[in-house]
Design a protein around this ligand. Sequence first.
Ligand code: ATP
Length: 248
Amino acid sequence: MSKMGTLLSVENLWISYGAVEALRGVNLELGSGDIVAVLGANGAGKTTLLKAISGLLKIKQGQIFLEGNDLSRFLPFELVGLGISHVPEGRKVFATLTVEENLALGAYGVRNLPAGRDVGIRRDWVFELFTILKERRKQLAGTLSGGEQQMLAIGRGLISRPRLLLMDEPSLGLAPRIVQDIFRVIRQIHQEDQVSILLVEQNARKALAVSRYAYILETGDISIQGEARKLKDDERVRSAYLGGSGVK
Ligand code: ATP
């Protein structure tokens, strides 16, 4: 992991859903202050990887470490306290709660984050990142547009001051202008908050532009990995992920 200290380390990870082996011996590393992308086609196992890191799936074989801590020794809600925050696919916000209430839930159960003032500071910072959320702070999340819901899901993930942010397809199904906005914020949170980011994306071009390193998952295996700027010129990556109709 070059000069950076290792923050996340996934070692020989196997996950299965019954007979379906979704991950087959995945190895991955992410340094402190790093942005790493995981690319791959539908069904390659990207969401499974993020869910496993969040402690939501039973590990069949292998281990996941955050700064040397074996994550299997913690319950999913304890992982937020350790500094892991997950922005799930499909912007799962609480539709019947307001924007502010959704954001407050991002701090729920985080022991090291004194309630009140600190949560307020984090929330104000999220409002700076996404000014539209500030305008809509009293509005029910279910009435927001898809892009605004994605912003809210990201904002909620940031309230707990994570060290590692897991982002699952943040640009999926959004208009190009909103996608630009989301990627601007990914850069900004990395720079301003020193958050390390593991970014799952189908938009390979954008993901490679924003990350330092990337892994390509193919049916549960890492098939290609390398520096993002080198992968952009890799013939295998270009033909499968950057040139074809599958890339937006
Ligand atoms: P997508 O981009 O479509 O979300 P993905 O790369 O995130 O794809 P996963 O959702 O991780 O892929 O799925 C990996 C494999 O595991 C696929 O073959 C999928 O059909 C299977 N799978 C995922 N969730 C389940 C489940 N709950 N039960 C059974 N099989 C599942």
